[in-house]
Design a protein around this ligand. Structure first.
Ligand SMILES: *Cc1c(COP(=O)(O)O)cnc(C)c1O
Length: 419
């Protein structure tokens, strides 16, 4: 994959100013801003884009997105606080299984836009807590739908999972929501798949959500003003192949929202994580060692899956670029591999610490930097940072011509993040 020159610049500057082997996340905030602007500006009317911050809640990323998207989706009260720190007035939708009483109370006090209810018991608790606070809580019922879903990497619905209300329980949930002045039922929430790469099937999925919501609205006499279609738009980690066809998606969506009847009165909300931030993030790691074992070539880098668990979690090779670093000072020979498939491993003492497997490279030397692409979402945020107590990576931010060398510390010993 192509490495943008400003990313290369940032990495080279970090190499030059670092003591010891270099390891850093690089976030391109300018590219993130341009990407988010394009998504928001091409969405049809009555469609709104929110950011699911669990994909990456780095404060600079949240600040960059806070002025562009319609709000943030959070799945814990910790995330709600991070959202409000980025922007005090940001609209918040609160979802996720296993919300505690304290979280429900704090969310109601924060004035969240919607609570995504995951079970009948959670709805009763939310009503009870809202009554104690003398407030009304706006809710969407999260539904785990029955029926076929598009091909995708992860599935949260369409079968037995811990998420949402079984479709069979929807009538009871609606009756419960309507019976109490403490809850205002605004509509339904669906987040059934993650990493769907096919625009046409994603449009069809949304059409299906709307059909179900319209049915419930008609049968139960509901005024539905909002349908949350979740996230789940995919990123192709294969590197060179096609990405999700956003323009085809918004074109299909336009045809859906231009329909008559029910759809004319509802907002369709999206809460994307991966598709918003994946592209803006890079993980750069210096090659510490090269070797051969049982006929295969290995590169060991500073860092590993404790910084970037995504490829291990999904059992894929993270796409990467080898950035050659020509300077070499030690008076010993410099190991090098040319024109061969290599496996890139980290510093952890587990065979699962693999970032890319059997990938053909032109040349790699000890001291070169491997820059992994597409790690702006579910990279650092899902990783087990303190396993083996290695230092955390630096974080660099590139923004329209500027490189902010934030937190490049001596010998790469970083504070890490809040976690
Ligand atoms: C994780 C999550 C999202 C974001 O999913 P992506 O696949 O990253 O777009 C949206 N909604 C809910 C409820 C989630 O749990």
């Amino acid at each position: 994959m192509n490495l943008p020159s400003r990313i290369e610049c940032a990495v080279r500057r970090a190499v030059a100013t670092h003591d010891g082997p270099m390891c850093a996340y690089v976030y391109d905030l300018g590219a993130l801003r341009a990407h988010a602007r394009r998504l928001v500006s091409t969405l049809p009317e009555r469609c709104r884009l929110f950011y699911a911050i669990k994909a990456n809640s780095d404060p600079s990323i949240l600040r960059t997105l806070s002025g562009l998207v319609s709000g943030f989706e959070v799945a814990s009260i910790g995330e709600a606080r991070e959202a409000r720190e980025a922007k005090a007035s940001i609209p918040i939708m609160f979802g996720g299984p296993g919300k505690t009483d304290d979280e429900l109370a704090a969310a109601i006090r924060l004035g969240i836009q919607t609570l995504h209810v995951e079970s009948l018991h959670e709805l009763r608790r939310a009503q009870y807590i809202a009554a104690r606070l003398n407030q009304q809580v706006p809710v969407l019922l999260r539904v785990n739908i029955r029926g076929a879903l598009p091909t995708s990497t992860l599935r949260m619905g369409g079968g037995a999972t811990q998420f949402g209300l079984d479709e069979a329980d929807v009538p009871e949930a609606i009756a419960l929501a309507q019976a109490s002045p403490q809850s205002l039922l605004r509509g339904f929430h669906f987040h059934s798949v993650s990493n769907n790469l096919d625009a046409a099937s994603h449009v069809a999925l949304i059409r299906d959500y709307l059909r179900r919501a319209e049915h419930w609205a008609r049968v139960f006499g509901l005024t539905v003003d909002c349908i949350n279609a979740g996230g789940g738009i995919g990123v192709n980690y294969g590197g060179t192949q096609q990405q999700f066809d956003w323009l085809a998606f918004v074109q299909g969506l336009k045809e859906v929202v231009e329909g008559k009847g029910f759809v004319q009165d509802v907002s369709i909300l999206f809460e994307c994580g991966r598709y918003l931030t994946a592209f803006c993030g890079y993980y750069a790691a210096e090659v510490l060692d090269l070797k051969r074992n049982h006929g295969k070539a290995f590169a060991i880098v500073r860092g590993g899956t404790h910084h970037c668990r995504l490829p291990a979690s999904w059992q894929h090779s993270q796409p990467f670029t080898v950035l050659p670093v020509d300077s070499w000072s030690p008076p010993i020979s410099r190991p090098e591999i040319r024109g061969e498939a290599i496996t890139i491993a980290g510093q952890l003492c587990t065979p699962k610490d693999i970032l890319a497997r059997d990938c053909l490279i032109d040349r790699v030397r000890v001291g070169d930097i491997i820059v992994f692409h597409l790690v702006g979402a579910y990279g650092w945020s899902i990783s087990h940072h303190n396993f083996l107590s290695h230092p955390h990576p630096a974080r660099l931010y590139v923004d329209e011509g500027e490189i902010e060398m934030a937190k490049v510390g001596v010998s790469g010993m970083m504070d890490g993040t809040s976690s």
